[in-house]
Design a protein around this ligand. Sequence first.
Ligand SMILES: Nc1ncnc2c1ncn2[C@@H]1O[C@H](COP(=O)(O)OP(=O)(O)OP(=O)(O)O)[C@@H](O)[C@H]1O
Ligand SMILES: [Mg+2]
Length: 311
Amino acid sequence: MALLEIADLSVSFPTQDGLVKAVDHVSLKIREGRKVGLIGETGCGKTVLGMAIVRLLQSTARIKGRIAYRGRDLLLMKEGEMRRLRGREIAMILQNPTTSLNPVLKVGDQIAEAIRLHLEKSREEALNLAVKMLEEVHMPDPARRARQYPHELSGGMRERVLIAMALACRPSFIIADEPTKGLDAKTKMQIIDLIKGATQEKSLMMITHDLGVAGQICDQIAVMYAGEILEWGSSEEILSDPCHPYTRGFINSHPSRGLVPIPGSSPSLIDFPSGCKFHPRCALATDICKTIHPEMKALEEEHSVRCHLCT
Ligand SMILES: Nc1ncnc2c1ncn2[C@@H]1O[C@H](COP(=O)(O)OP(=O)(O)OP(=O)(O)O)[C@@H](O)[C@H]1O
Ligand SMILES: [Mg+2]
């Protein structure tokens, strides 16, 4: 049984302009111990997908489909049960350390609070554990830093606080949303090493724009575009032998591959293009691409793609 099995998941938000379809019929399996990268351009629905798993989307979100964790549908779970699972079993490192930390609480207290939500600990025990967690994520001078407020820490240190918080209750599955965004190259390497080390025995979903990061950490990569998964496979396959024109374009837009941008921009999530959602930007598009929405098809056991032209 897969650790996490997402089946035909759709998430939409009613807005004044219409229904924003942020996640559109996504199916994805994560096996125990696997590290899966979720990559794609800004606004393609990565965070919404992650937040749907931990059920932290705002109440206006319309969610359809199934998200089974160890065989149990998270979408059908009572809120209390979900709260117990969140943090203990599944933890999410939220995308923006500046907004996801409380500015008026010392970081040690914030980690301690997260611990006390799940573990029976006194305030003092939880605070000691918080300092230990900061030590574990290689925070310099952890006891002093625990007594500081988020604004007194650097971006890399704030990211470490979020990671410490996520790891504190020893979850089996971690969703990390852009944990290296905005960090300088050296700090980025340290955070990658930290996540790699901390998740050795765990399952991970790594949301990132950065193919380099995905390649270093993940066994498998899912490529998302306008709410859909367009290609999925082992990291080696996806990075060295991608098939979907979008994946190829996305790889070529990476700084290490020459920074060639994909022409055009992502479609509106309210009105999708007909046929393949990528066809208006695809240099190879033919008539069928403009009219028929491609199904996901398997090229190999560990490689599937949603493109009429890949065989
Ligand atoms: N509460 C909401 N109401 C309306 N639209 C929303 C809401 N939350 C997200 N969206 C829309 O859903 C789409 C997907 O957003 P999401 O944050 O998942 O993108 P992302 O892939 O994580 O982007 P980034 O790489 O910039 O973090 C965006 O178009 C966003 O505007
Ligand atoms: Mg995001």
